[in-house]
Design a protein around this ligand. Sequence first.
Ligand code: SF4
Length: 185
Amino acid sequence: MKYKVNEIFYSLQGEGHHTGTPAVFIRFSGCNLHCEWCDTNFSEYALMTEAEIVTECRRLQENCMLLLTGGEPALHADEALIDALREAGYTCIAIETNGTKPLPKGIDWVTCSPKEGTRVVLQEADEVKVVYTGQDVEKWRERISAKYHYLQPCSQQNTKHIVRYILNHPWWRLSLQTQKYIGMK
Ligand code: SF4
């Protein structure tokens, strides 16, 4: 089995509940959605085996959080890869998903970022993080059970609008793409 990997890198998680936490990121290439603000270049990828992925992750950093992202990682990551990463010593394996595909077993932390007009199959997550552009976001709180709920500006554009919304709907929290403010990935 080979996985379509766009990049593997070590950085700080910039968004949501784990903002500021060091993590190895595995970014898979390819998604079933086509958001206009998507910043992943899906045409660039390497086909990597499970062993090659594990070796590269360990070369970058061991004993830290590991984040599966994309693209849509639920299209790519399977239990064999997650088991291999666990055996390599990664004790917190997180995923950032659009929620439209079932997840493999063995994930420790699920961030669901639902997109407008899509059929989300995920009913539970640890956090829901929505890129807010003025749409109805309350439906996502009702449909997906989660401990934390975040709204995030679209490409750093509408932060003041979001702050106003959160002040009026205080069950939401603000998530900023802090990696863009400090010039990190
Ligand atoms: S769901 Fe995420 S990865 Fe997929 S197209 Fe939208 S922004 Fe890009």
